[in-house]
Design a protein around this ligand. Structure first.
Ligand SMILES: [Zn+2]
Length: 165
C-alpha cells in the first residue's frame, strides 16, 4: 500500500520519495492533500439514523452512511444532497454540519487521506430506492447504539451527533 504517486505527473520521472516532494527532474512540486467527502446522518422522527450496506470495495458488505467524494469544485453540502439523490433516490433537507474528520481511504492499492464532512439530514420524501450499484441493504439504527461502520470517521461522527441530540 502506497500513499500516492511514485512518478512525476508532469515529466514521468521517478520521484525521490513520497510527497510532499519536488521532482528531481523537472522541479514539479508534489503534495498529498486530504480529498473531501460529504456524508449524511439521515434522521427519522424517532432518533434513528439510516445506514446502508456497501455493495462495492473497499469494505464491501459493511454498514456505512450515505455519501461520497465531492466532485471538482463542488461544495460538500451540495455533494451530500447529490449523493442522497444518487444512492437513496430522495431529496434531503440538510441540517447542521456535525463536523469535519480526517480519515483514510484505501483504493487501487493506495492509502489516501480524506477530509470527511458529516451533515444531519432529513428525508424530504417518504420512499427510499437504493441504488444497487452502490449499496445492497438499508436499516434504521438508534443513534445512541450504532453498529460498527465501514470507516472509523463514521463511528466518530455518529458519537458526536448523539451527544447533541
Ligand atoms: Zn518531473
Amino acid at each position: 500500500m502506497t500513499t500516492g504517486a511514485r512518478f512525476c505527473p508532469r515529466c514521468g520521472g521517478a520521484l525521490a520519495g513520497p510527497p510532499p516532494t519536488a521532482c528531481p527532474h523537472c522541479g514539479y512540486a508534489m503534495f498529498v492533500n486530504a480529498r473531501p467527502t460529504a456524508n449524511l446522518i439521515l434522521l427519522d422522527g424517532d432518533g434513528r439514523f439510516l445506514s446502508v450496506r456497501r455493495a462495492i470495495p473497499p469494505r464491501a458488505g459493511l454498514w456505512e452512511l450515505p455519501g461520497g467524494f465531492c466532485d471538482g469544485w463542488e461544495h460538500p453540502a451540495d455533494a451530500a444532497v447529490r449523493e442522497a439523490r444518487e444512492e437513496l433516490g430522495i431529496d434531503v433537507e440538510l441540517g447542521e454540519l456535525v463536523g469535519l474528520y480526517i480519515g483514510s481511504y484505501e483504493y487501487q492499492n493506495e492509502l489516501l487521506p480524506v477530509l470527511d464532512a458529516y451533515f444531519i439530514g432529513h428525508a424530504a420524501e417518504p420512499t427510499i430506492t437504493l441504488n444497487a450499484a452502490e449499496v445492497s441493504d438499508m436499516a434504521w439504527f438508534d443513534l445512541a447504539d450504532p453498529p460498527p461502520m465501514a470507516f472509523e470517521s463514521m463511528d466518530r461522527a455518529l458519537r458526536d451527533a448523539a451527544k447533541v441530540r
